[in-house]
Write a protein that binds this ligand. Sequence first.
Ligand code: F0G
Length: 460
Amino acid sequence: MSKRQRTLTEPFKIKMVEPLKITTEEYRIKRLAEAHNNPFLLRSNDVFIDLLTDSGTSAMSEHQWSAMMQGDESYAGATSWERLEKEVKDLTGMPYIMPTHQGRAAERILYGILGGKDKIFISNTHFDTTRANIEFTGAQAFDCLPEDAKDPEKELPFKGNLDLAETEKLIIKYGKENIGAVILTVTNNSAGGQPVSMQNAKDTRALCDKYGILFVLDACRIAENSYFIKHRESNFENKNYREIAQEMLMLGDAIIMSAKKDALVNMGGFLTLKDKKLAEQCTNLLIISEGFATYGGLSGRDMEAIAVGLREVFDGDYLNYRIKSTEYLGKHLNAIGVPTVKPFGGHAIYVDAKAFYSHIPQEQFPGQALVCDLYIKGGIRCCEIGSVMFGKHDENNHLIPAAFELVRLAIPRRVYTQSHIDYVIDIFEELTEEKEKSSGIKITYEPPFLRHFTAHFERL
Ligand code: F0G
């Protein structure tokens, strides 16, 4: 018999608990029907394990909570802002820092200025709010992922990379003056939480320099990305995680960060820029829509918590536990025959719903079916990243499906213990046994943008 491995233990203990309500399957069937089969419309109180997102769901540390007590709530020039600004400057090397209430506010400001009709944006994969903020200006957003990264089974170290050859082709096709920006999202959330290599970031910088194009880094999971670089890319084994992040961030012309991920807070974000003129334009929009330049929609206490979180997240024990615990879920799901994107991402495991529910055609949204089944069977909430989120319609109103039909099990930072994760694996095991019973789904209502948030569905 093989030797049992040591348990992966959380590098923290619990000081305050948040009770979870245990519900029955019968109860959950009713709640899901009321929510039109869309878990975004459920009440969180009716959810047992919430894997909807890793965004804004972190448990803060005692250091963050105590820093919050020192929040300076002055309208202008708050000491909390000075603290955050210093921390972000040190991390990014950028001269102009703007606080925003979350990542998409920074996106709206930056892409609102860079975008517009006839503009083109190119990214390894645009996250949904990134794409929406770009398309909302009338611009077009192209995803450029290397061909072999599109195979969910293929084990490659940096499947989040930008395809530089394809990017260059697009630049030439549309003309460099029409490219709003090239955006590198690290890690690449919509493509399975896969990392981007330092080499790819450097090559992206060089390509942008060649054509005089602005290079934006979406850095909301930069610490997790640094973990993968240290352990997968040569010449980084002796650098610490923060140094690796600094090296990558300094390559950009602009950085957008949703602090709700790797800054370990519940709300916040920022935009940083190298260019003074662009920073002035952004500051004007920031003041009109978010708040004065030294708080941008954040309380002083929020800024304190971000400043502390941005340090804590690079702690080696934390990052090791974080990535290994995600891997634990992935490995055990694979072991019971649940297909996932490989290698495992940093913040989430992406189940290949098309392969898991191979009897449900893409037009009937196998991912959404699995999301609903996970809630009914186990009170687990998660989100579809497939044709509900990214599918389009052709002129005959037929579905143009997304490249993948994934279900994302996003893991909140420092919130669930291994027994919660084991429970998720148990529920998958039960679903595996009765796969054939599951049926497809149709959309009965959808809004024009970001339909997955508010759409209504019916079981076929
Ligand atoms: N960029 C990426 C790569 C993201 O994952 C997100 C949010 C944003 C930008 C927007 O940031 O939510 O602070 O406005 N992702 C969340 C998720 C919502 O569940 O993956 P935000």
